[in-house]
Design a binder for this molecule. Structure first.
Ligand code: PLP
Length: 427
């Protein structure tokens, strides 16, 4: 099986963390997000432990909220001693509402409004990752008004092509994010922050992209960031390398091992710091996908099977781009399987389609599974990150429930939306 928490039981059903997926679908309904807490915790722990082992004291991982944000996630992440990165007042509110230690948060975003900035400061967000000159001025002004000195990381664009999908590439020169090194803006931003009374420059940040399965772009990025620290000569306490470690979405596809990746990266940075004769900064990372994605499985009920002779077969399920927009957006790879017929002969090639009024509403193409019939349960693996957090109510569909499983037990973490929720704000 693609992930080690998945198995097949004596009924030929998929099991997730030892629980029969068909029983989960029966008990909680479909579509259903299932999240294996034990997998998520294991990944979180791997980041915490490897940064403790290979990076200077005080280094730590911050879970990227954008990949998965709801109350129970923050409780889990906090108990694993991770921090979290937040990109909106909504994410701040959610983390704060369960008592997350706000000192262990980083506030991101390329266009924070004045009210976002004030809200974040009043919530006690630990550090701002500032993206623009306008933001530096605004953060300084608002911090002054509130009588605080705000810790700052500057988001730098290193100009590295991470060779991942264009829509999730962020570190190259043509990006809406950060201060480019090549234009000199990054150095100007350092001087500007250092000149501000209400700001404390803690270090620099970069995030070159997501779903990167090769360590090389991270090493190249570290080179540029460390050269930049040397050239600007400021006392850089923190180097935040963002997220981006990729996972295998299909059998045989590449991934970056967390411990190996962190070890290689930190070793490389340590050597480079020696060469440059600078102190190795604390290393922060912001993993999202590599913590949460493999922990998730989405379960759907098959509705119809359409066969277009010599063209294509479509298997339609009771969810779609509303709960998983990633194939429609970036043609993301996923493994689909028939959860109630795991031992069936997989000889039926099809596109798995959703129920939205869009031809592009596909979960995956060229899927090979046993020929399904109405009522079968279809599972999509690796949906723990960027599925719930990117979901919508398009076509007035209700978001699925989220069930968390751990130690062989299932509990509701997010209830299924109802029509009342859909219309709650309407007058
Ligand atoms: C600033 C920042 N940090 C962290 C992440 C998380 O990336 P990933 O989920 O690939 O680890 C992202 C994702 O886009 C990001 O923009």
């Amino acid at each position: 099986m693609l992930y080690k928490n998945l198995n097949v039981n004596e009924k030929g059903h998929l099991t997730i963390g030892g629980i029969d997926a068909v029983e989960l679908a029966k008990e909680f309904g479909t579509p259903l997000y299932v999240l294996d807490e034990d997998v998520l915790r294991e990944n979180a722990r791997e980041y915490v432990n490897s940064l403790r082992e290979y990076a200077p004291e005080g280094s730590m991982p911050y879970f990227a909220s954008k990949s998965l944000s709801f109350k129970e996630i923050y409780r889990i992440i906090a108990s694993e001693e991770m921090g979290t990165d937040l990109v909106s007042p909504g994410e701040i509110y959610t983390a704060e509402s369960v008592g997350f230690d706000m000192a262990k948060t980083i506030f991101h975003g390329n266009n924070k409004t004045d009210s976002d900035i004030e809200y974040a400061m009043k919530s006690g967000v630990g550090c701002f990752c500032t993206d623009t000159f306008e933001e530096i001025e605004a953060v300084d002004l608002i911090a002054g008004r509130l009588g605080i000195r705000q810790d700052i990381l500057l988001r730098i664009t290193p100009g590295v092509d991470a060779h991942t999908h264009k829509a999730v590439t962020t570190g190259n020169v043509d990006s809406k994010f950060g201060f480019p090194v090549f234009s000199g803006d990054a150095a100007v931003a350092v001087r500007l922050v250092l000149s501000k009374q209400n700001l404390v420059l803690k270090g620099i940040h970069c995030h070159i992209g997501s779903q990167i399965t090769d360590i090389k772009p991270f090493l190249d990025t570290s080179d540029i960031m460390l050269d930049f620290i040397k050239q600007t000569g400021f006392d850089c306490e923190v180097l935040n390398l963002g997220g981006g470690f990729g996972i295998a979405y299909k059998e045989g596809s590449g991934s970056l091992n967390i411990t190996e990746g962190v070890k290689t990266l930190c070793g490389y940075i340590g050597e480079k710091c020696n060469k440059l004769n600078i102190k190795m900064p604390k290393i922060f990372m912001e993993p999202g996908r590599s913590v949460a994605a493999a922990a998730g499985v989405t379960l759907y009920t098959v509705g119809s099977v359409k066969i277009i002779p010599d063209v294509k077969n479509y298997v339609s399920v009771d969810g779609g781009m509303t709960d998983n927009p990633r194939y429609a957006l970036y043609k993301s790879a996923y493994t689909c399987l028939l959860a109630n017929k795991m031992n069936g002969k997989a000889d039926f090639t099809c596109s798995v389609a959703g129920r939205c009024c869009e031809s592009g509403d596909l979960i995956q193409e060229d899927v090979i599974i046993p020929r399904p019939v109405r009522g079968d349960i279809l599972g999509v693996l690796g949906t723990g990150a960027y599925n719930f957090s990117m979901s919508s109510n398009y076509n007035r569909l209700c978001r699925p429930a989220t069930v968390i499983i751990s130690g062989g037990k299932a509990r509701i973490a997010i209830k299924r939306e109802t029509f009342e929720h859909l219309t709650a704000l309407e007058v």
